[in-house]
Design a protein around this ligand. Structure first.
Ligand SMILES: [Zn+2]
Length: 137
């Protein structure tokens, strides 16, 4: 009846597994609520210099925290680790970027979270305050 495969967090949380990989999970309390935090990394390292095409050297990482669609009544956050690089040939410095497919530039919500909020408010008749509360925003 069912053909089971290996469980996949990326599939369960509607993340593109060709682009992102969930590498960790934590539960934290924020404002009296349990929040599920997933540590996420990009599958393909953007290690090639856009200026000269040489391979960059890793120089640590930075993080971007995004609100994702809730898991039941639990808010979900994606902590995206973005690797930083410098070019040994031309000195250019850059870091990996979050894809526009995952989140709009400077947005604190993933596109899946925005879609979830729109469906909740427009189709399901949820109040904007209730949608924001469920997102933990
Ligand atoms: Zn370069």
């Amino acid at each position: 009846m069912f053909e089971f495969s290996k469980p996949c967090l990326e599939c369960a949380f509607r993340l593109d597994s060709a682009v992102l990989r969930v590498t960790g999970q934590a539960q934290v309390r924020q404002r009296g609520r349990e929040v599920l935090v997933f540590e996420v990394r990009l599958v393909e390292a953007g290690r090639w210099c856009a200026s000269c095409g040489a391979q960059g050297s890793a120089r640590g990482s930075r993080s971007r925290l995004l609100t994702h669609c809730p898991c039941g009544s639990r808010p979900v956050r994606l902590l995206i680790r973005l690797r930083c690089f410098t070019c040994g040939d031309c000195g250019h410095y850059w870091s990996e970027q979050v894809s526009d497919v995952l989140a709009a530039p400077h947005s604190k919500l993933t596109r899946v979270a925005v879609n979830w909020a729109l469906v909740s408010v427009v189709l399901d008749g949820m109040s904007i305050n209730a949608a924001a509360r469920n997102l933990g925003a």
